[in-house]
Design a binder for this molecule. Structure first.
Ligand code: HEM
Length: 385
């Protein structure tokens, strides 16, 4: 396709083809994934079918059939053709409405319904029937399948919070915005918001572990994070259900400890390469305001460096059944908020006004929700999503 007279691809052809690849593979897959999520919120039972595991070979085609994000292409007839009683003359310009063909009731039973085991599934979302078939269709199907596999393993319901909005286009079209609430599977992880950070000196060199060993600055940061551990819990896991994930052996920042490359401690250092050396704080979750999370972690670190806090030895046990650390986050959100209230240096550093407001509002939230069921707690938070 991209050969010039002597068989080589010209520079201009290559650039054009590159642009085509970027454009062709971008909106289309995005809208197909969004359509799949939309259908999962609409057709109850689809998520369970996915989780059953028998439809992974067929489901991507079915979601893409219903998405058909490339609505149409235009071609020019190279000869006279008779179709369904219509004559198309050589030179006529013809629109092929893929979106319509993919829902053709003569071809598909219940064309507007997702049947994830539909096979054969001769939709035309990728074109087909001529020399110009979509070159990325296998990649597109794989991408959608991978996203759905990851999602299906992490949630047990998916609820739409408001109706989707759609792009206004007669060419590439799909779900533009979709607000939904996935309910995480309680015993699975995956909602953590880990704050990774490192610093560079004036010459641009990483100061966390310049020679492969932790610097004094890195040690001071970790000492600060450990020192302010209880108060940070009030800042970093400040909804009732995000606090629930802070349990021992949860990989979620329960213990006031640190270690190098250890996923069951709260602050993990990584010193393997001078370029990527960094610290990772693992307590926040995705309900936290990310700006507040980053600011709180950096301020606690700064308190450790400027206050010259000493760093305890690294956690050297497995972090599951055996833990060297003795301090951990308070037992519930209200107690973490009390700890934040009592930790004046952290409150002042993170911002007294925002901490006071947070403590006031979240104590009230805690009182309303402390005896409620998981579903009642979720319903309380829904309007804020
Ligand atoms: C769900 C996702 C996708 C849909 C619905 C889609 C749809 C289409 C359609 C309808 C055509 C026109 C075929 C024809 O003329 O008969 C096409 C062509 C093309 N697509 Fe895709 N596409 C998708 C993903 C991708 C991806 C991921 C890539 C590459 C990374 C890609 C690359 C291309 C290229 C290079 C062409 C031009 C082929 C040619 O003219 O010979 N597409 N696609």
């Amino acid at each position: 396709m991209l050969r010039s007279e002597n068989g080589a691809i010209t520079g201009q052809d290559f650039k054009n083809f590159f642009c085509l690849l970027v454009a062709a593979g971008n909106d289309t897959t995005r809208y197909s994934i969004a359509m799949a999520l939309h259908l999962l919120t609409q057709q109850q039972g689809l998520l369970k079918t996915l989780q059953g595991g028998d439809v992974w070979e067929t489901c991507a085609d079915e979601f893409i059939r219903l998405a058909s994000p490339t609505l149409h292409f235009r071609r020019t007839a190279t000869r006279d053709v008779e179709m369904h009683g219509q004559t198309i003359k050589e030179g006529d310009k013809v629109l092929m409405w893929f979106v319509s063909g993919s829902r053709d009731e003569a071809m598909f039973e219940n064309p507007h319904t997702a049947q994830l085991d539909r096979s054969p599934n001769r939709h035309v979302a990728f074109g087909q029937g001529g020399p110009h078939v979509c070159l990325g269709m296998w990649l597109a199907k794989l991408e959608l399948k991978c996203v759905l596999q990851e999602l299906a393993g992490r949630i047990h319901t998916l609820e739409a919070v408001e109706p989707p909005t759609w792009t206004r286009s007669n060419f590439i079209c799909g779900v533009k915005s979709l607000t939904f609430l996935p309910k995480p599977i309680p015993d699975r992880g995956g909602s953590g918001l880990h704050v990774n950070f490192s610093f560079a000196d004036a010459q641009g060199a990483n100061v966390i572990a310049p020679d492969g060993a932790l610097s004094d600055i890195a040690k001071g940061c970790m000492a600060g994070l450990i020192h302010h551990h209880e108060g940070l819990a009030g800042l970093l896991a400040a909804t009732v259900n995000s606090y629930d994930r802070l349990g021992p052996a949860s990989m979620a920042g329960y213990w006031a400890n640190w270690a190098d490359d250890h996923r069951l401690v709260t602050t993990r250092s990584c010193v393997t390469s001078p370029r990527s050396a960094r610290l990772e704080h693992r307590m926040a979750d995705c309900a936290t305001n990310p700006y507040l999370a980053v600011a709180s972690v950096l301020q606690a670190s700064l308190l450790g460096v400027s206050g010259g806090y000493a760093l305890d030895p690294a956690e050297d046990l497995d972090g599951l059944d055996n833990i060297r650390a003795t301090r951990h986050v308070p037992s519930a959100l209200d107690k973490a908020l009390d700890a934040l209230d009592a930790d004046k240096p952290l409150r002042m550093a993170a911002g007294e006004a925002i901490c006071d407001a947070l403590i006031f509002l979240k104590q009230d939230e805690w009182k309303r929700l402390k005896d409620k069921s998981v579903d009642q707690v979720r319903d309380y938070y829904l309007p804020f999503v």
